[in-house]
Design a protein. Structure first.
Lengths: 282, 303
């Protein structure tokens, strides 16, 4: 009976993995398919010959949107990197300060914490419109700053939350020992506490990077051209077109996805705390 | 003996509070400048006829925008679709996530599998949209191919109301079941082993230990996950934009997508879109309030 049980279990696990991984598999293989294998029946599950043409802009010349090739992607890639790096940095600094104040001095109490959660749950479409009106008055539409500032709304609550749980794990005696030795609050924060939370800071920065990198709706409303648009918008523009060139689009999708997947595997340990507001430690 | 006298420690406490406030200034300015102020402004705009596409000055019309929503067929149909998502996708995600958490526990290679299952959640929604749009292709898509292996005729995933709605639900399940799984899996592992073992010693079978010991212990966490999923499902946008673009017709307009269409892509009708957003905001605020009360923040934060 036990072999039956483990076979059933194995089959179920395989089915689960298949369902969750197949779409990603399909995108990755399509990125390396020659144009004659983009549309076949039965579908091409394993490319007969692998090509880099989709990345280099050599495949599918007769399709309307060849511009999805990597050559035109560079400005968007640059914008994505700049915006995500700034968001990661600012978000970590802002949330580290706030989380320390909340964890140690209990400033704001329940009300502040509840407010932070509310911001995390906000529908982005609801902030997109008023931000559009306000940013257009400030002349910020289609700039990096429009994206950096609006992405901070999404990342800071999440980051603050994760860091609160990190600071709470560090015994208060450490702060107190530093104070007794004559260190001020800032000094003990920077030289004693922050170094101890460096895994937390790294996790928070990584997750903020991921969130900013994939953010779509706010960026869609707040930018108009390649001066500031990020990779997801680049992808979004070609999906509605007629006769989509799947190869190059998948290649661009792969470029967009890769850093995020790598980073997320590194930071997954800390993901749970942020996602559930500390309801599980993970 | 405490290191400080009473008056000294009072002084230190006050200094701490001041430093604490200073440390919160950056976060406050982000939250005030980028959420509270814009939302106040949005509520204000929702009482005006205000379109960025016309040269007319904004005109105060009181509750006019809100009255229009009631007779707007597309708005009510987008509410229908969003409710359908809540009623079908969210329960599916919870059940599947729970089952997969139990299934993967103590399996050989569970760490690798766990990371693999998280991928749909981490892949940017836009990229996932591209993948699924390829899968749903009518002529050549693998989705129809797998159906044909089961003997079913080709299905027009993006061409009929029923299947496009089903298609969006399926993508949402694909994307967010991993979230439910991740949280519940972590929750399962935080259940003390000896509680379960005590049950087994007392003669409970593996299944009844699961049903009567572990599941009840997971219940508070299940509730938290459920509320978070409900709130997030109310906001679904990226997938709809990429896979169906709200179509065919308006059958897969989610509420957020409809606001986007009204406010940005079609009309720049900021007044009406603001009114729609205010309603969404009220719904989310009520649910968030429920979430906050179930989180037992006082304990986790040691407040």
């Amino acid at each position: 009976m036990s072999w039956l049980k483990s076979t059933v279990k194995g089959v179920l696990v395989a089915l689960v993995l298949f369902f969750f991984l197949f779409p990603v598999y399909w995108l990755v293989t399509t990125a390396f398919k020659k144009s004659e294998e983009w549309f076949t029946w039965p579908p091409t599950f394993w490319p007969s010959s692998w090509t880099l043409g989709n990345f280099l802009g050599l495949e599918g010349g007769f399709f309307g949107s060849v511009t999805t090739a990597i050559t035109t992607i560079t400005p968007y890639l640059r914008n994505s990197i700049v915006v995500a790096l700034f968001v990661a940095l600012l978000s970590t600094v802002i949330s580290a300060l706030a989380a320390y104040a909340i964890s140690r001095f209990k400033v704001g109490g329940m009300q502040l914490v509840s407010w932070i959660i509310s911001v995390r749950m906000l529908p982005p479409i609801a902030s997109a419109l008023p931000l559009y009106v306000i940013f257009s008055r400030l002349g910020l539409i289609n700039t990096w700053w429009a994206l950096i500032l609006s992405h901070l709304v999404i990342t800071t609550p999440f980051s603050t939350w994760i860091l609160i749980t990190f600071f709470n794990e560090i015994p208060r005696e450490l702060d107190e020992a530093a104070f007794v030795d004559g260190a001020g609050v800032w000094q003990s924060f920077f030289t004693v506490i922050l170094p101890l939370t460096s895994p937390g800071l790294a996790a928070v920065a990584t997750l903020a990077f991921i969130q900013s990198w994939g953010e779509f709706l706010l960026s869609l409303v707040l930018t108009t051209g390649k001066e500031a648009q990020t990779l997801p918008l680049y992808l979004g523009r070609f999906i509605t077109g007629w006769r989509i060139a799947w190869g190059p689009l998948s290649a661009a999708g792969l470029v967009t996805m890769l850093p995020v997947v790598v980073f997320s595997l590194l930071a997954q340990r800390y993901l749970v705390r942020g996602l559930t507001f500390g309801a599980v430690k993970g | 003996m405490p290191p400080f006298t009473k008056t000294e420690s009072m002084k230190i406490k006050r200094r701490f509070k001041t430093v604490g406030f200073v440390m919160l200034i950056p976060l406050f300015s982000v939250l005030l400048g980028l959420t509270l102020y814009p939302f106040g402004y949005m509520v204000y705009m929702s009482f005006f006829r205000y379109s960025l596409a016309s040269w007319e000055r904004p005109q105060f019309i009181g509750l006019g925008n809100y009255r229009d929503i009631l007779s707007d067929r597309t708005a009510t149909s987008s509410v229908d679709f969003t409710l359908l998502l809540l009623a079908v996708a969210v329960p599916l995600e919870i059940v599947l996530g729970l089952l997969i958490a139990f299934l993967l526990r103590d399996t050989f290679g569970e760490r690798v599998f766990r990371s693999a299952i998280l991928i749909p959640m981490m892949v940017p929604a836009v990229v996932a949209g591209i993948a699924w749009k390829m899968l749903y292709n009518f002529e050549f898509g693998p989705a129809n191919y797998f159906l044909s292996l089961l003997g079913s005729p080709k299905v027009s995933w993006l061409g009929t109301q029923l299947f496009s709605r089903l298609g969006v639900i399926l993508v949402d399940v694909w994307q967010w079941t991993p979230f439910v799984f991740l949280v519940l899996y972590a929750g399962l592992q935080s259940i003390p082993r000896d509680v379960v073992e005590a049950g087994l010693v007392d003669g409970a079978s593996g299944f009844s230990a699961m049903r009567y010991i572990e599941l009840p212990l997971l219940r508070p966490l299940l509730f938290v996950v459920l509320i978070i999923r409900v709130i997030d499902a109310l906001k679904i946008f990226d997938i709809v934009y990429m896979v169906t673009f709200g179509g065919p017709g308006s059958s897969t307009h989610s509420y957020s997508f409809y606001i986007y269409k009204v406010g940005v892509s079609f009309g720049w009708d900021v007044g009406y879109a603001s009114a729609l957003s205010v309603l969404l905001l009220v719904a989310v605020a009520l649910l968030t309030n429920l979430l906050i009360r179930t989180l037992r923040l006082k304990e986790t934060l040691e407040l």
